[in-house]
Write a protein that binds this ligand. Sequence first.
Ligand code: ATP
Length: 642
Amino acid sequence: MTKQGGPGKGQKGLRFDDDSITRQKVKKGTLRRIIPYAMRYRWPLAVLLLTTVVDAVITAASPLILKMIIDDGILPHRLGVVVWLCLGVAGLALLDALAVYVQTWCSGRVGEGLVYDLRTQVFKHVQQQSLAFFTRAQTGALVSRLNADVIGARQAVTILLSQSVSTIMTLLLVLSAMFYLSWQVTVASLVMIPFFLLPVRVISRRLQRLTRETMQLDAAMSSMMNERFNVSGAMLAKLYGRSQDEADLFAGRAGRVRDVAVGAVVHGRMLFIIVTVLTSLTTAVVYGIGGNLTIDGTLQIGTLVAMVTLLLRLYGPINQLSTMQVSVMTALVSFDRVFEVMDLEPLVAERPDARELPATTSAEGTAPDIEFDRVSFRYPSADEVSLASLESIAFRKPERTDTSWTLQELSFSAPAGKLTALVGPSGAGKTTLTHLVPRLYDPTTGTIRVGGHDIKDLTLQSLRDTVGVVTQDAHLFHDTLRANLEYARPGVSEQELVEACKAALIWDAVCALPEGLDTVVGDRGYRLSGGEKQRIALARLLVKAPPIVVLDEATAHLDSESEAAIQRALKTALAGRTSLVIAHRLSTIREADQILVVEAGRIRESGTHEELLAAGGLYADLYHTQFAQQAPEPAQVGADRA
Ligand SMILES: Nc1ncnc2c1ncn2[C@@H]1O[C@H](COP(=O)(O)OP(=O)(O)OP(=O)(O)O)[C@@H](O)[C@H]1O
């Protein structure tokens, strides 16, 4: 998340003008890495280069024909020559149009193909990152890698190959033609060019920086919109009465985008003005000197016209040549930024020789057990999981010291098919512990085994097929209930969906919805109550039917009817499964076959409810402060257990 000094105030934490972001140098070897991408399109690229050469030849040749029309046709009154040469010019114009058409098609094919390749690769790679990466990287910055940078990277291939070949070919051919026609006029017209090249270079460099900064600021702006326009962000702004501050903060960011964009437009225009002035001055020189030579009779009038036409065709490539280095650098930096994301090794990776976890069912006695063997865990630091440019905040100092262990030397076994409850004070590390089982994070030291297999030896797919997780605030996609449930197991039958909903005691509520299972839910859809959402999450778990269940019970206080419904639904969901439950309800704790008391990242006590109460330790304290008031009437306990 973006660190903020406070809405509307100076954004000290944000460093958009950070050198690491705007002045990035291209890393060594980037060019070499681009080649395989380009090679996939070698045929369209070859045609692209061929048509570029054809275009350059026609550009240089047509003024020469113009000269011949005037000098060899019009002046000596030879109509036949004029007609044939004009037909030649028309033919060349058509050929050039065809060449440019094919060139554009090939360039689009290569460019868009490259955008597709890079986008799909980055998307897949980002999905493989560990949860730690997503807790740090800004969504807007990530989205901009897939949009702006990927498009910038496309330029690298198209500019590098087609523009550079076209520029160099045109320059060589046009200059040769000019020298051939009159070396004196050519030299005179070229003398001024160096005086213009220096300012062009300086301005292009500034333009490059401004373009990069615009990209970064745009990413920050879209990040802010992403955060503020989702339901939770919008609600927070309203509840704390910060709408005006938010508007001011946004106006500040939009203002910077405006200022930088104005700078970019002005610099771009300055380049254009310089080239126009240069063209006008040199045209004047050519007409001045060439006119003189024509009056002398040294030059023919057709040669003079051809010289001026060639000169006008020279400045486009000269301008491109002076800015090409900058354009190529900008495009290469974009490639670099895409590679930077792709080089980020996922912290949780599958071993090359990973094995499938043998399929098990949830039938009593066949679910695998879970074993923690001296497991310690420390949350990875920022530079291990993320990139400064994805956080919009440069790392200034190491974030943590080696002593900040979240879990220390945990050893326990959650028996197969049994319910293990985790209790403990807030911040003790219970959620962190459960995140290690489906490998959302990997332990820093120690081993976790499922069914006797080290989970690091298993394929991620088979592990995640085996472990089902229900978090406290279950997320539902903005889609129909049916699609949300099918997400757990694509292809599940209607009958199974209905059964899962019935078992999670949510079927009646689903039937009461405007369109039943086809009601759109999630962030922008139909709002379900907290209890309903929990039971939908349980139904989704039942659709998946995993042998191991990791569950974080809702802390929200529910009315006794909903509480009883969830409790019954839970009993069904957990039956026969190896369950690890972060328990907030006395009823769950009483049901547990084993209770682990977690405090400050360690397991302090373990046993059954009765044993731990009798021991009079931490659990007994917790029981009296947190759970005792939930104690139901004796009659209800009896009913629950029945
Ligand atoms: N993504 C994270 N990065 C860094 N530290 C984290 C992260 N998530 C949690 N922590 C820290 O780890 C510690 C344990 O947090 P955890 O959420 O596991 O506790 P908990 O026992 O589940 O608490 P609660 O019952 O309040 O949910 C806390 O000090 C927390 O600040």
